[in-house]
Design a protein around this ligand. Structure first.
Ligand code: 7RM
Length: 647
């Protein structure tokens, strides 16, 4: 990959785009940004007033318990009301909210009016099973409309949803349920992925075996041509359709306190245990709404498509909450980008006249590899805006996206943000900010980013920091406020939020994200903690020690490389490698498999016993190793190098 620092091309939005944009021209951006920074409370109050509140707030931002900030405190609202009822009441009930297409090609169109009814029905089913405000509900579902309905139904009655991406293993389901003591899991009989039937209920059964908090498993039938038998445990397992027969479809939205917990989403960190990121109601509602509106420049006629899974934060904010609050039409696609062929995405854009397309660099690089001919014969002229999310986008992929998909006329919004930030923090505003391939450009309104060194002094290349709170920020880590403070606020003595990314600022003031500065690896846009994998390897009774690092990967951005040492007397063979891979599948999921496992008798360590990951990285990248004399045993390097080349 070409180095980012040599990239200096700049692309301006077309005059036509600027003319119709929500924010037009650099001057409007600057004026709005200035307002948002100089007087944040009135800025955010103004934005919030575009939404519905049952009762007004008493303060916009309460800093008294910083960094446990409170936004719109005292207000009562419901985000499902803002996603649904508001549009139906305004007379837009017949507008399509979701064009859904399953992987096999089955389709469904759902209007805002129908979505409101489905959510009401689902909410009543939850209530009839005893779910109450504040209860945690885990969701393990494919990308079917019912996933969106179930999320909104939880929000409607004030139950806290915890969506678990359907690629996670039963062990991961268990860990997440145990951590938040969920009372219910919602799943389906099956889903599809790359032509294969995924039997989700079976995985859930495995996962809830030792979860005493679970009292119900609610099962949705994914109506398709395949049918799957589900073992239903009497008294615990319920078919959604059976429960729904006894319920009506009207359910008023529960007025929630602004700071009531809306959802948990687990994400990997630098220790072995994933953390339950907490998002609350009012601030997240405002931030998801306004970032969607301005960054995607949403219009009434748009057909928006985000290819993420609802199991990640991108799906929460930029499929469900942000997009539906704006009342636009969107496409939801269940399956893989290359099923039945790598033309699937382009077929879908053509078929549904998608105008805004939001995807990940890893997908773009895969399409580049599969070949441009898959684009041929598809009319992509409906597109007017493209987006990228999840990891740094390399300039080659950016240019390909710009030329081949966007026909050189669509602005590209490279959006930098995190599970923790709730929504975009660095991003071009498409009608106002010129773009540069590989740069997330400038801050969103109300966001003050800085680049600091370890001492907290400003530099051009260093660590990204965020000054001042914003409405969509996380409110903590579930059950672990100490970890919240340590992970995000201790780096510079509580003064700034620490996102864990390195960054550079160029002469135009543009930000370039340089990747993680902690032990988190971003594989295809999915965060995987190296410590989490290491602790899994050492569970195996042949393994003594493990060190996992991230390495550059052509398609995934980063891949994982594991170095493990074997306990004396234990054999290294192919079956051991298979067992270790199986362990990763079982504990996390297939997406966390390392590219390669390197076996050796020892790892390079300092004399104080610290594993020198930097050295492992140099070995992996085939670089000069420099002085290895500080190692406790310099000979291990030769052995590892040999093993690495062999594998
Ligand atoms: C939305 C999401 C967050 C981490 C973040 C970064 C990386 C995300 C970009 C990016 C460069 C981008 N949430 N990241 N977007 N890096 N440019 N546009 O991905 O919580 O799963 O991951 O992803 O390292 O800290 S996440």
């Amino acid at each position: 990959m070409k180095s980012l620092s040599s990239e200096n091309r700049k692309f301006e939005p077309s005059a036509e785009f600027v003319k119709n944009a929500k924010i037009s021209g650099l001057e409007s951006y600057c004026a709005e940004y200035k307002k948002s920074i100089e007087n944040p409370e009135s800025y955010w109050a103004n934005i919030a007033s575009e939404l519905h509140w049952f009762e007004p707030w008493t303060s916009v931002l309460d800093r008294t318990e910083a960094p446990f900030y409170k936004w719109f405190n005292g207000a009562k609202t419901n985000i499902s009301y803002n996603c649904l009822d508001r549009h139906v009441e305004a007379g837009n009930g017949d507008k399509v909210a979701l064009h859904w297409e399953g992987e096999p090609g089955d389709t469904k169109d759902i209007t805002y009016g129908e979505l409101l009814q489905s959510v009401g029905l689902f909410a009543n089913v939850l209530k009839s099973l005893g779910v109450r405000k504040g209860d945690r509900v885990a969701l393990y579902l494919p990308m079917i409309p019912e996933l969106i309905v179930a999320v909104l139904a939880c929000a409607r009655i004030g139950a806290v949803h915890s969506v678990i991406f359907a690629g996670f293993s039963s062990d991961s389901i268990k860990d997440r349920i145990l951590d938040c003591e969920a009372r219910m899991v919602i799943t389906s009989d099956y889903g599809y992925r790359r032509g294969k039937v995924l039997e989700l209920k079976k995985i859930v059964d495995e996962g809830v075996k030792d979860c005493p908090s679970i009292s119900e498993v609610l099962v949705i039938r994914r109506n398709g041509n395949d049918s799957v038998d589900c073992a239903m445990e009497s008294g615990r397992d319920f078919w959604f359709e059976d429960c729904a027969n006894a319920c009506e479809d009207h359910c008023p939205a529960e007025p929630m306190d602004s700071e009531d917990l809306l959802f948990l989403l687990y994400t990997s960190g630098t220790t072995g245990k994933p953390k339950g990121i907490m998002h609350t109601t009012g601030g997240y509602q405002v931030f998801s709404y306004i970032t969607s509106k301005y960054v995607f420049d949403l219009n009434d006629q748009d057909v928006y498509w985000c290819t993420a899974d609802v199991g990640w934060i991108t799906g929460h904010t930029y499929i469900i909450y942000g997009i539906l609050q704006n009342g636009v039409t969107q496409l939801i696609y269940e399956g893989a980008p290359n099923h039945p062929t790598p033309a699937r995405f382009w077929n879908l854009i053509d078929k549904y006249n998608v105008s805004i397309f939001y995807t990940a660099p890893t997908a773009i690089r895969a399409f580049m590899k599969w070949g441009d001919h898959w684009l041929e014969g598809n009319d992509l002229s409906s597109l007017r805006l493209l987006g990228s999310v999840g990891e740094p986008i390399n300039p080659e992929a950016w240019m390909w996206y710009h030329e081949k998909v966007g026909a050189e006329k669509c602005p590209i919004v490279d959006t930098w943000w995190q599970t923790e930030t709730g929504g975009h923090l660095l991003t071009p505003i498409p009608g106002a900010i010129s773009t540069k391939p590989g740069s997330a450009t400038v801050p969103f309104f109300g966001i003050e980013p800085l680049i600091l060194n370890d001492e907290g002094e400003e530099t051009d290349v260093g660590i990204l920091a965020i000054k001042n709170p914003w409405p969509g920020m996380l409110r903590g880590i579930y059950g672990d406020s100490k970890r919240y403070l340590e992970t995000y606020w201790n780096k510079w003595g509580g003064k700034y939020y620490f996102p864990g990314d390195g960054a550079r600022r160029d002469e135009d003031g543009y930000f370039w994200i340089l990747g993680r500065v902690d032990d988190v690896v971003n594989v295809s846009g999915h965060r995987i903690g190296t410590a989490e994998l290491e602790s899994i390897f050492v569970e195996h009774d042949s393994i003594a020690e493990a060190a996992v690092i991230g390495i550059a990967h052509e398609i995934k951005g980063q891949g994982l490389l594991a170095f493990v040492t074997v306990i004396e007397g234990k054999e290294i063979n192919e079956s051991l490698e298979k067992e270790l891979i199986a362990l990763v599948d079982q504990r996390i999921g297939k997406f966390a498999r390392p590219e390669k496992i390197v076996f050796s008798s020892d790892l390079p360590k300092t004399r104080s016993g610290k594993i020198m990951r930097r050295l492992l990285r140099s070995i992996a990248e085939g670089q000069e190793l420099g002085n290895t004399m500080t190692l406790a045993d310099p000979s291990v390097v030769d052995e590892i190098q040999k093993q690495f080349k062999k594998g």
